[in-house]
Design a protein around this ligand. Structure first.
Ligand code: PMP
Length: 404
């Protein structure tokens, strides 16, 4: 195991106090804190290298381009993609999913065609497809789940028919913590000749992801949830698919040649990267991926699973506790409600104890409806959280519960 106290020193913000109490940061599913090396790499690039990338003849532009493209190679390695042509930089998971929905919808979907999503999707993976629905008259089919928060694979199989064009499903639920059996789900889809987009926003930060082993066709994640900067994310796509999709946005960077009569597009991955990319954020992201890789994704996962198991055990002892999400395969996220205490009251009072959790619908309103709740309190863990912080959470929840 890595030395957690040493690791915490890499994150200056964790030493902060709020309301005169030590910060207990348990809102990692929303965004994680940044290690010093990420911020320093970005500051260094702004101070010493900054210049627009690609096509620059001058020294700084070439150096910035090298850093940007080296970052792409770091992402390729992190995901075990075959080639950097398959790594598209976006603004985050949301943009990555919108890109696929929009371009795939444009090229391969007609009225009456179907996309399969699940009951536990984030709005990013629902609304993107609804936009295609509005444009092209496609249908969304929804994989149901059981009360533990596990997808019903038999029902999933039954959703396939001659109109199914794509499956778009989350790897890990940002509300329930359920780890979906995406490898198996991809096999099923491929047996029907249907490609799969995996929303990896909540998996990439917590486990080793190998896109070739998964055999997913697309994989999306956000930099800011994997210890990198905000404003950058990744879309992995198999070259064979990306090649066949039309561009997403038009502009500089994504073209071959332009005339008023005829324009050609750049090859992969630049075809999908119109405009000046956030080349400083890509450096920060690469540094973050190096950081977690050095700690070891398997060790991070083992540590966070231990925190999750312990949190579930501690919270279950509290009277009137309702845990939402009891899946066998459970990652780094714990959602709960206590008696009829409103999630917002619980969150606000925990905050006064220095404990940052998230409350509300977590951008998953259809899932809230399925669970029959308006919102939940969500504690989510990162590589730097400790057992003592889980104790603080449980004691805080007990204290708030007694007040009501
Ligand atoms: N999907 C899931 C499962 C998420 O948890 C999130 C972030 N809460 C997103 C998509 C969207 O990520 P972003 O806001 O970084 O684009």
């Amino acid at each position: 195991m890595y030395d957690i106290e040493e690791v915490r020193k890499d994150f200056p913000i964790l030493g902060r106090e709020v309301y005169g109490r030590p910060l207990v940061y348990l809102d990692n599913a929303a965004t994680v804190q940044k290690p010093r090396c990420v911020v320093e790499a970005m500051a260094d690039e702004y101070y010493n290298v900054n210049a627009n990338v690609h096509r620059g003849v001058h020294f700084l532009s070439q150096q910035a381009t090298e850093l940007h493209e080296a970052a792409r190679e770091t992402v390729r390695r992190f995901l075990n993609a075959r080639s950097t042509a398959e790594v598209v930089f976006t603004r985050g998971t949301t943009e990555s999913i919108n890109l696929v929905a929009s371009c795939f919808g444009e090229a391969f979907m007609r009225e009456g065609d179907e996309v399969i999503v699940s009951e536990m999707e984030h709005h990013a993976n629902i609304v993107s497809w609804q936009l295609v629905q509005a444009r092209k008259g496609i249908r969304l089919r929804v994989i149901p789940m059981n009360d533990r928060g596990e997808l019903l694979l038999d029902e999933y199989e039954k959703l396939f028919n001659g109109r199914t064009r794509i499956v778009s499903v989350t790897h890990v639920s940002n509300v329930l913590g359920t780890v979906n059996p995406v490898r198996r789900m991809i096999e099923t889809a491929h047996a029907h000749g249907v490609p799969v987009l995996v929303d990896g926003a909540q998996s990439a930060p917590h486990m080793a992801v190998d896109v070739q082993a998964l055999d997913c066709d697309f994989f999306a994640f956000s930099g800011h949830k994997v210890y990198g900067p905000t404003g950058i994310g990744v879309l992995y796509g198999k070259e064979s698919w990306l090649d066949r999709l039309p561009p997403y946005m038009g502009g500089g960077e994504m073209i071959g040649h332009v005339s008023f009569d005829h324009t050609t597009f750049a090859g992969l991955p630049l075809k999908f990267e119109a405009g000046t990319p956030d080349y400083v954020a890509s450096t920060g992201l690469a540094r973050a991926l190096d950081y977690v890789s050095r700690l070891g994704m398997d060790r991070i996962q083992a540590h966070e699973r231990e925190l999750t198991r312990y949190a579930l055990k501690r919270l279950r002892r509290i009277p009137d506790m309702r845990i939402l999400g009891e899946a066998e395969e459970h990652d780094a996220v714990v959602s709960f409600l206590v008696g009829n205490i409103h999630h917002l009251d619980m969150g606000t009072l925990l905050d006064r104890l220095g404990i940052a959790v998230r409350t509300g619908h977590h951008c998953a309103e259809p899932l809230m409806r399925r669970l029959g709740v308006e919102g939940t309190v969500r504690a989510s863990f990162g590589l730097y959280n400790t057992m003592a912080e889980v104790d603080a959470l449980a004691e805080g929840v007990e204290r708030v519960a007694k007040m009501f």
